[in-house]
Every structure is written in C-alpha cells, then in structure tokens.
Design a protein around this ligand. Structure first.
Ligand code: ZN
Ligand code: ZN
Length: 339
C-alpha cells in the first residue's frame, strides 16, 4: 500500500523489459513535485498527464522534478516537462555533471568507452557495435539542466512531511533516495528493486569502485525504520531490511562465482568472465544485443575490481594493455606490481 501523502503514476517504458517506471507525486513547499518522470515518448507523457488528472492535478501545476539518477528511463522526459510546466529540476551534483557527456556531446565519452572495452578484453570486431549500442536511447532523452543540485542530507519539505535526501552511489554515482520518517516510506529509485537486482557496472565515467559503493550504500541505510519501499520499477513492497540483505547476498555470491571461474579457467578479462557468468535474462551471451554485452562486461568488471581491491584477485596488465584478473600469487612468491 502506498502511504498517504504520496501518489504513484505508472509511466510506460514501451519496448523495455522493465515495463514501466513509477513516478511519485509529492507535495512540497513549492507545490507538487514528481520523483522521476520516465523517458521522452508520447505514451509516457500521456500516462503522466492522465495520472495527474486523476489526482486533480494539472501537468502545468508540477513545480519540481526530483530525479533519482540521470538514466533515460528516469530523466528523459524532464526537458519536455520543464517546457510544459516551467518546473525546476533537482538532481545529485555527481549525476548532473555527466549530463553533457552522456546526452549532448558523446564523442569523448564514446572514445573513452571504446578504449575501456578494448582494455577489458572485448573483441575488436565488436567494439563499434558495443560502443554505439546505446545511441538509439538518445531519441528518448530531452535534457533539462538541474537548477538545484543536492549532495545528500537535504530535506524536501512537504507540509508535515519532510523527505530526506540520501545519497546512495552504486547504480549511478549520483543516485539519491528519499526517506520520510513519519510515513516510514523509502523512495528507492533503482537502488533497491524487487525481484530484480539493479545493474552495477564499472565504466568509463565511474568514479572509484561502484560495487563497493553500492554495497556500502545498502549497509548505510539498513538501520532506517522503513515499512514500505517505493521503488522506481515494479510494485511497492515491505521487508526493507530483508531485501537489502538479499541484494548483499546476491553480490557476494556473484563474487564467489567469479573467483570459481578464475580458479577453474585461469586469468580472465572482464569480457571473458562475463561470457561465463550466469545472467538473468541473458541466456546466450554471444548472441545477445551489443548493448547488453557491454552492460554485462561492465558489471563483471565492477565485481573483478572489488575482488582486486579486497586481495582475492590481482589485476595484471599484459603487453598491449589488456587487463586480466588472476588468482593471487601464493604467499612468499615474488609479485610484480601491476596496479
Ligand atoms: Zn537506472
Ligand atoms: Zn531505471
């Protein structure tokens, strides 16, 4: 059940296996706000307009968009909504900073990504397709420049309710969630989903180690008093702490799976490891779309880097710059530093 004071509108993501994104309507001191808005497609805008109408709210009455993170399915419609409603846009500083390179001038990001994929073992013949695999999504992004950049710790006032902004890096570097202690409600964006597990990938724009950030972000919110999780995809659900524990367990099993692959088959690039990992909804890695292979490679890499950081694997760099991850050398053996 959705707590009082929050409303949910299902915005369709036509063609996406995610099905829809939830746009949540909140009241703030400025007026109505939407948390996430879907992408720039006529059916998404129509669903939003209709959903608001049922609440007796006109689209033009929306004063603010609060974007949990800068992915197209959460942010893509924002430019059009700003034109229609003259509303403001709130986003974390670290996601706001990447809007230009993700959506306006992608040339340097694409060059970096190509290099990155090559370094991590993607076959040369595949590189162009893997880099360009996400270009079609650009048609669904109409950007807006955030006028309010948050860092986490702010509150967004809504009459008696006060939503706390919590920075939860991992799925994206500037991902935010909103928590309302009186309602015991947690707007989780893509940080906590159920039953799917959000993708956590290390890519050219990542800072630090996204999987380590993700797991710390889950641990950091685990003690909050939450009765209902309101995610960006799927239905709301209770069992906040249980779901956090499941997600943490899922990643620690993934880490073990990768170590087993390397024990069995020897040093692996991220691409090679990705071809051997088990994926939900990606049965045949080689024949899956290039964009999905890129996502899987980045996700494998996030796990490999965490294992390297923890000393369970070691990063090696071959001539030509290709990076492989190997089992740590037995104690007492001389090691060549490689990082
Ligand atoms: Zn996302
Ligand atoms: Zn999403």
């Amino acid at each position: 059940m959705i707590p009082e004071g929050v409303h949910k509108i299902r915005v369709p993501l036509t063609g996406s296996p995610l099905g829809w994104v939830n746009s949540y309507v909140l009241k703030t001191d400025e007026g109505y706000a939407l948390v996430d808005c879907g992408w720039d497609m006529p059916d998404a805008l129509e669903a939003l307009r209709k959903g608001l109408e049922e609440l007796d709210i006109k689209l033009e009455d929306i004063r603010r968009l609060i974007i949990t993170h800068n992915h197209p399915d959460h942010y893509g419609l924002s430019g059009r909504l700003v034109q229609l409603a003259s509303c403001g846009v709130t986003m974390h500083r670290l996601d706001a900073v990447h809007i230009q390179s993700r959506y306006v001038d992608m040339s340097s990001l694409q060059a970096e990504m190509r290099n990155w994929l090559q370094t991590h073992g993607s076959p040369d013949a595949d590189l162009d397709a893997m880099v360009k695999g996400s270009e079609s999504i650009l048609e669904r992004v109409n950007i807006a420049t955030p006028d309010v950049e948050v860092e986490g710790g702010e509150t967004i006032g809504a009459g008696p309710l006060e939503w706390r902004v919590i920075w939860t890096p991992g799925h994206s570097v500037g991902h935010i969630c909103l928590y309302e202690p009186r309602l015991k409600a947690f707007l989780s964006g893509d940080h906590i989903l159920n039953p799917i597990s959000p993708s956590i990938g290390l890519h050219a724009q990542s800072m630090g180690n996204p999987l380590s950030d993700y797991m710390s972000s889950l641990e950091g919110i685990r003690d909050l008093d939450v009765e209902m999780v309101l995610p960006a995809h799927g239905d709301e659900f209770p069992g906040f702490r249980e779901r956090i524990d499941e997600l943490l367990r899922h990643h620690s099993e993934r880490l073990d799976e990768i170590c087993e692959i390397i024990d069995r088959d020897g040093p692996q690039t991220a691409y090679e490891a990705a071809t051997k990992m088990r994926w939900v909804g990606l049965k045949d890695f080689q024949n899956s779309p290039p964009f999905q292979r890129r996502m899987a490679t980045m996700e494998a890499l996030a796990h490999l880097e965490l294992l390297n950081g923890r000393g369970r694997l070691r990063r090696t760099i071959a001539d030509g710059g290709v990076v492989r991850y190997a089992a740590p050398a037995p104690p007492g053996t001389a090691q060549v530093a490689s990082s």
